[in-house]
Design a protein around this ligand. Structure first.
Ligand SMILES: Cc1cc2nc3c(=O)[nH]c(=O)nc-3n(C[C@H](O)[C@H](O)[C@H](O)COP(=O)(O)OP(=O)(O)OC[C@H]3O[C@@H](n4cnc5c(N)ncnc54)[C@H](O)[C@@H]3O)c2cc1C
Length: 695
């Protein structure tokens, strides 16, 4: 196929395809109006503000702020579904909906389908679950890859994936608009009625019965005024991004990326800074390139791992996973480990620190059933959000965002939209028993995808048995006594009070160091102060043991103990923790885990940040410590020359200065304490007699 000509005639081809080949909807099922006619009539009769007296507003984001205003809206075209963003999820959403016979418009701000998996050069699969429409498309890519004319490529050939997606979309009748950026959403009583975008035609608009927001960053939901969250609890910071490059290795096209830094997806200036810094400083490194490995280009789409997360009708959270709470109405199962990319684990949530720092369970994979409600933004009707912006929290997102699963997410959204339109039932009330057979039919939903927990490399995953939490005390003791204690630590935590007597005895004995210290870790996770002696000793020794629980990114026992001392609020260690902040020279990297810690500064960074966060946690519980803690922290971080570098995963040579992140954490803590101090003073002043009875 001549791609140039095909691109030039997308609109006409698609329309012809719609008339000729596309499976048709049962006319009765969509209210007796044929799809093509429905477009024109809806535009004037049902969606126009003037004729029907409906109040249409347009939601936009202007200068970074959501605004709504009344708008005249009489679109020339109305579609069943408009998909915004034809990336990993959006491409599949558009195809799945069109293959059910819907009239679908796809809007994409770049000039191809596939998003991060094609234009973003993320061509590999990392975990995620098999099954569904995406596998048919990947098989087509595989078939095309065999053709002699195509350059060989690693992973899923990005250019062939674009082609396979586009062919399939056009065959299904999807109308494509490239170089078109959605900039507004038309709403009637908080229900989506259409989209506005800017592209080669200038501003343009169309009506729709349902919109699917696959922008990766919930841009449409945000324009509509839906609530969303961004980043982690402590300071709102998201996962690091990567600026991926494409190169030729021994005659084949491959891609390469390390984490490049941080970006705020809501800030255009910051976005430009991130692109420029990562391109100029990290990515164009001549030493990476040689005769057999030639630079080709930077990927046109920045590799953003995390942006907005909608607040959904249902939330899918890490806390729920830890509490064994899961939906019984999954539309697909996500599957991965908590693939957190940050090096500043001390600033993550307590749940993540328990899991990844205290138990070193970074590498444990688990499946997460995702309900339809996690794709439905609260308070906005006729809108689905598919892709990485679905209603997960920052802690669980690294497990849910993998490409296979995001393609399933898009497919499920397309099928849900089709069912809602065919039956006239709102998305929020769609009966699961009607949707489920459609999801099962294509393999988007597979019972076998609910794998539970497994441990291993992506390539070995299918052969790995599922893992169960330990219940037998002897098994737990033996796990705690070894070099892979994570499963035993977490199993003991789950068993709770029943384990306390044994854990206390094991943490009190001194002959078996692993058993003593790992038992103390489990005790600390249970909030038991019998852990303190072993934790203090582990901290003082700067215990350099790295457990072997995970295949990589295990955490040193020395600073993990500091985390747990903070969790227990042990004020006796405050002077020692302040000393740690001041003793950079004392930290020589003794790491055996060269993937996580690559130099002395980075080793000190871990001790520094864990000590800082522990001090804050302790002083939260013991207000008398606040003044000396914040003074000590400020003395250090307010120094203009203060710098602390970490390497960005998985490189050993891309360094990033974390000083501003640390300063931000200190500033926030100081503000929080001074606010609570003021509130306490106000309360005291308001009390008769002015007594300060409680904190
Ligand atoms: C650097 C990096 C490495 C990764 N590595 C892996 C890996 O090895 N294996 C794995 O399985 N997963 C990996 N992932 C995760 C996975 O690739 C992503 O989570 C997933 O691709 C996100 O899919 P999405 O559909 O949400 O977003 P995307 O695929 O990014 O699609 C969003 C699309 O929306 C378009 N868009 C945005 N705004 C608008 C607008 N206003 N109007 C019109 N169009 C718009 C964009 O141009 C884009 O095409 C990685 C991610 C990153 C960033």
């Amino acid at each position: 196929m001549d791609v140039g000509r095909r691109r030039g005639s997308i609109r006409r081809d698609a329309a012809a395809g719609a008339d000729a080949d596309r499976p048709r909807l049962d006319v009765a099922a969509v209210g007796g109006v044929p799809a093509a006619a429905r477009g024109a009539r809806c535009g004037s009769e049902f969606l126009g503000m003037g004729e029907c007296g409906m109040t249409i507003t347009i939601g936009e984001r202007r200068n970074g702020v959501q605004v709504s205003r009344p708008a005249a809206f009489a679109p020339a075209e109305t579609y069943d579904v408009i998909v915004v963003g034809l990336g990993t999820a959006g491409a599949l959403a558009a195809i799945a909906a069109a293959e059910r016979g819907l009239r679908v418009l796809g809007i994409e701000r770049l000039n191809a389908m596939g998003g991060t998996g094609t234009l973003g050069a993320v061509v590999g699969y990392y975990f995620g679950n098999k099954g569904g429409l995406f596998e048919e498309i990947d098989q087509e890519v595989q078939r095309l890859s065999g053709a002699a004319a195509y350059t060989k490529a690693g992973g899923v050939n990005a250019d062939l994936k674009k082609l396979a997606l586009e062919r399939r979309a056009l065959a299904a009748g999807v109308e494509l608009r490239y170089e078109c950026t959605a900039v507004g959403v038309y709403l009637e009583h908080n229900e989506v009625r259409g989209l506005r975008w800017i592209g080669p035609n200038g501003p343009d608009e169309a009506g729709c019965r349902i919109a699917i927001d696959c922008t990766g960053d919930a841009e449409i939901a945000a324009m509509a005024g839906a609530s969303y969250r961004k980043g982690r609890e402590l300071d709102g910071k998201a996962q690091p991004f990567s600026n991926a490059l494409v190169w030729i290795n021994d005659g084949a096209v491959h891609t390469f990326y390390t984490d490049s830094g941080y970006v705020d997806v809501e800030d255009a200036e910051d976005y430009a800074r991130a692109v420029l810094e990562s391109a100029c400083v990290h990515t164009h490194q001549p030493e990476r390139f040689e005769e057999r490995r030639k630079f080709v280009k930077l990927a046109p789409l920045l590799g953003v791992r995390e942006g907005r997360f909608i607040e959904g009708e249902r939330q899918v959270t890490f806390a729920d996973f830890l509490d064994d709470k899961e939906t019984e109405e999954p539309i697909f199962y996500a599957y991965s480990n908590v693939d957190n990319h940050g090096k500043d684990m001390a600033f993550e949530s307590e749940n993540q620190r328990d899991w990844i720092v205290a138990a070193s369970l970074w590498g444990l994979n688990f499946s997460v059933p995702v309900p339809l409600g996690a794709l439905l933004p609260k308070g906005v009707g006729r809108l689905l959000v598919a892709g990485r912006a679905l209603a997960v929290d920052h802690d669980l997102a690294p497990c849910v965002r993998m490409k296979r699963d995001m393609q399933k997410c898009g497919e499920a959204a397309g099928l849900a939209a089709a069912l809602a339109i065919e039956t006239g039932v709102p998305l929020t009330r769609l009966p699961y028993e009607s949707l489920k057979p459609r999801l099962l039919e294509k393999g988007c939903l597979l019972a076998a995808n609910h794998k539970g927990m497994r441990d291993g490399q992506p390539s070995m995953d299918e052969a790995m048995p599922s893992i169960r939490w330990l219940r037998d005390e002897a098994d737990i003791q033996s796990g705690l006594d070894g070099e892979k204690p994570g499963l035993a630590i977490w199993s003991a935590k789950r068993l709770g009070g029943a384990m306390l007597p044994s854990l206390r005895a094991w943490a009190a004995q001194t002959e078996r160091v692993h058993l003593r210290r790992h038992s103390a870790f489990a005790l600390a996770l249970l909030g038991d102060e019998a852990a303190l002696p072993a934790l203090r000793e582990t901290m003082r020794e700067r215990d350099g043991f790295f457990p072997k629980t995970s295949r990589k990114y295990n955490q040193a026992r020395g600073y993990a103990a500091i985390y747990l001392l903070g969790k227990l609020g042990d004020e006796t260690v405050v002077p020692e923790l302040i000393d740690i902040l001041r003793s950079r020279e004392a930290f020589k990297n003794v790491s055996t885990d060269v993937e996580f810690i690559n130099h002395d500064d980075e080793y000190f960074f871990q001790y520094f940040t864990f000590a800082l966060r522990a001090l804050f946690q302790i002083a939260d519980r013991h207000p008398a410590e606040r003044e000396r803690v914040i003074t000590a922290a400020r003395e250090i971080v307010d120094e203009p020359s203060f710098a602390l570098h970490v390497t960005m995963k998985p490189s050993k040579d891309v360094n990033f200065d974390m000083a501003d992140t640390i300063r931000g954490v200190v500033r926030r803590q100081a503000e929080a304490w001074s606010t609570s101090q003021r509130q306490r003073e106000n309360r005291v002043a308001a009390r008769p007699g002015g007594s300060d009875v409680t904190e």
